[in-house]
Design a protein around this ligand. Sequence first.
Ligand code: SAM
Length: 324
Amino acid sequence: MTAPNPHATQAEVDAARNDPKLANVLYHDWEAGTYDEKWSISYDERCITFAVDRFCAVVPPGSSPPISGPYEHALELGCGTGFFLLNLMQGGIAKKGTVTDLSPGMVEVAVRNAEGLGLDVEGRVADAETIPMPDASVDLVVGHAVLHHIPDLDRAFREILRVLKPGGRFVFAGEPTRIGDLYARKLGQATWWATTNLTRLGPLRSWRRPQDELDESSRAAALEAVVDQHVFDPTRLERFALGAGAVDVRCVTEELTAALFGWPVRTFEAAVRPEKLGFPWAMFAYRSWQRLSWLDARLARVVPRGLFYNALVTGVRPAPPVSP
Ligand SMILES: C[S@@+](CC[C@H](N)C(=O)[O-])C[C@H]1O[C@@H](n2cnc3c(N)ncnc32)[C@H](O)[C@@H]1O
């Protein structure tokens, strides 16, 4: 595994503007070392509960194998630092794992995190469009915030169905809906503009991040337009899975007020010096997000699913009929 370049140059950023996969490698190699901190990712009760709750939110209760019974071997696509699968494994969803990502830097961090947790996990650099695993070799395929980066989703879903054993399941969470992405982006841009301008002013100047860090964030933002390939209408997401031959396909959505609150908060955190916020702020942000998520779960009974920010999708590779 090659050591990633932590800071892409302007020339590399320019080269990646028309190449989504190169952009993904540059952007995520760049982010790998600070990703857990940036997104408040941990491998403790808070994130275990978050990951398992996402899984249970979309997998129908009573499905086979039961949620409480662990899957033998799970594969994660676009693992990043391992947030989803490592926490699912700690939550008892799978026994053995393979973490894969297009970015060597991310795979390196994910494997290191798994070793630190004592989990049975191997890592591979891999493109989700050409998964380097034999047919029918895993029981579960998972991913979090990865599908929207993959240019050819028909191909990726065919690969997912190919590597799953008959009866095996896939679960993807954290995908932006078309409408959710629109309001999240607008709120993020407005918050970035307001915070970076307000922190130029006298008393707030000590809150401002150093200019080189802000410039780096702006360079990263230029790549975001290339790495983000899709936003989803829930039915379109279901169609990709059905088109590849999956059955029992189901897409649910979540986070409406939680996203309207969460995106400005995350953008604000990225624009100011972290030491100015500290633990009380982190608890305020997390508890508020929890309360709003509770409210959103109630709103989901009456609000159309396309208005929520996050889409989750699951389905199963059909098993051959059992002969009498
Ligand atoms: C937004 S990050 C999410 C990381 C992690 N799953 C999480 O939720 O924290 C998306 C990840 O998908 C990876 N990725 C992008 N395109 C990919 C592809 N074609 N195949 C595999 N991984 C890909 C990126 O390198 C990145 O690590």
